[in-house]
Design a protein. Structure first.
Length: 274
């Protein structure tokens, strides 16, 4: 029995080690190519550079208008995530805690919207933003993602696991419906906010297609669009692009490290009850 347990533990350890290697490999490749000179990039492959070429990082900041694009991405991400979390939580709370006519049909519509690729609605969405005169405006990027179906679904699933006795007890004590949501439910939803904050933060920070369509001036571009400008028909600066991408990954890694415990707790709790 002890031998079989040790063998099982060894196999589990090897599988975990393999998964770690799979997830770390892209980061290793990015760092290796970011530290290579343009000439060495095409010659040595994945081998670590003989001499570190720091110019890639400085050129990425200078050529891609890095700081302006990073500032725009940061503002858009913070505003979008905060509003999307709050509004989606309100919708998910309504689906989970209240019974009303057409509830199941409306929730089915939310699920159907989740299945529609963004590319399908780009043209009508663009025409709507044009009519609202929000082209080349940060709000033109933010508004289409204020209520996210994925977040609504997750918050609904998370709140289904919270007993409704909290609501009944609060009503008996004279608490209003708004007070129940803000004073009782929001504190209970902290793990779900952290989990979806990381998810939506990644989506907003890495969003490329929609900001590229909406913005048309260099002072309004986001970081993914700014880095993409390094690739052109006249030359592809992959070494500088990868160096800039390494900079762009840092905020997402920091966000995940800070809220890792809540992310795992929220994802686990949200996936238990359906």
């Amino acid at each position: 029995m002890n031998t079989s347990k040790k063998a099982g533990s060894a196999v589990a350890f090897l599988l975990k080690l393999l998964l770690v290697a799979v997830f770390i490999t892209p980061f290793y490749v990015a760092i290796v190519y970011a530290l290579k000179s343009p000439e060495e990039t095409m010659k040595t492959g994945l081998a670590f550079p003989r001499a570190i070429y720091w110019q890639n990082f400085t050129e990425a900041i200078e050529v891609s208008n890095f700081w302006v694009a990073a500032k725009n991405s940061l503002i858009i991400t913070v505003v979008q995530v905060a509003l999307a979390l709050f509004l989606s939580a309100c919708v998910g709370y309504g689906f989970a805690m209240y019974n009303f006519k057409g509830k199941n049909i409306l929730f089915l519509c939310v699920l159907l919207v989740m299945m529609i690729p963004t590319e399908v609605i780009l043209l009508p969405l663009y025409r709507l933003i044009v009519k609202m005169d929000l082209i080349n405006n940060m709000w033109g990027i933010i508004l289409p993602y204020l209520v996210v179906p994925m977040l609504v679904f997750f918050f609904r699933q998370y709140l289904m696991g919270i007993p409704k006795d909290f609501l009944d007890a609060a009503r008996v004590d004279g608490c209003t419906e708004y007070g129940i949501f803000f004073k009782i439910m929001i504190p209970l939803m902290k793990p779900s906010f952290a989990a979806m904050g990381i998810y939506q933060g990644m989506q907003s920070w890495n969003n490329f297609l929609w900001p590229m369509i909406v913005t048309n001036s260099i002072d309004k571009i986001t970081l993914p669009v700014g880095l993409q400008s390094l690739l052109s028909p006249y030359g592809n600066n992959y070494d500088i692009l990868i160096a800039g991408s390494c900079f762009a990954i840092i905020p997402i890694l920091a966000l995940f490290v800070c809220f890792q415990r809540y992310f795992i707790e929220g994802m686990t709790a949200g996936g238990v009850k359906g």
